[in-house]
Design a protein around this ligand. Sequence first.
Ligand code: NDP
Length: 278
Amino acid sequence: MALVIDGKATSQAIKDELKLEVARLSEAGKPVPCLAVVLVGEDPASKVYVKNKKNACAYIGIESRSIELPDQTSEETLLGIIDELNADPSVNGILVQLPLPLHIDEDRVIERISPDKDVDGFNPLNAGRLFTGRPGFVSCTPAGIVELLKRHNIEIAGKHCVVVGRSNIVGKPMALLMLRENATVTVCHSKTVNLKEITSQADILICAIGKPRFFTADYVKEGAVVVDVGIHRMEDGKLCGDVRYDEVEPKCSAITPVPGGVGPMTIAMLMKNCVEAV
Ligand code: NDP
């Protein structure tokens, strides 16, 4: 039977460690970390994400400042607010909840966030730091996956890691992080020919394509470690990932479930970045 990699418990452990760290900082007379969360519009899913982030801040002892703007907010106004937050010394981290309304250029907004407060790790300077192996904020989902593997004693060095998906927030930083951990990395995407042949060579298979239950057992090598990044709500209201858990689990040595795998780690790593920003 495969080891079920418990993201919920790992995320809780990280949040408890951060809570102690914040208390220690405060005893040493350091300011309480402060995260500014900017939400534009009324997207219900975004509202839930923002609420979860605020709850995590409250648990750890991080101050969260909420800036909620109407859907029709102009790009100029949003950029002006980011400039103010960049200049405010009491704010350590800035998070702009994505997606933004269509009339706002997301890339411009992300580029405007000071790289030193970019706790999501999306600013091109931080992406470049990861590319060149220098310290900087790293995108939270891939950083959480590495943390999850390490805390479950899964060896990465020397393993063949296949990452399926090449987005800027998951696939690409994931591949770079696994390379940094000395894996041999293959990146696949929608134009990859013979995907199954490649994924079935993976010691560690990371699935991040956003297609519900796409990866069947024949995409997976016997004994592989499978990380399912996808998250989808099905018609019956249940959550599922990119992987057919029921048929893949018996074949692999370890697997992340959905829910309770990668998802909870994303917020934990965001909190870690906020504390590090201090
Ligand atoms: P994107 O849609 O930005 O990227 C999807 C990637 O998958 C693209 O690179 C695309 O290739 C590739 N792809 C799509 N279809 C196929 C296919 N049939 N075969 C091979 N490759 C394919 O998604 P994200 O990276 O943002 O997210 C991926 C999944 O992870 C989503 O389900 C998302 O909800 C989830 N997610 C979960 C998080 C969490 O905290 N658990 C956080 C972030 C994302 P191409 O580049 O060629 O188009």
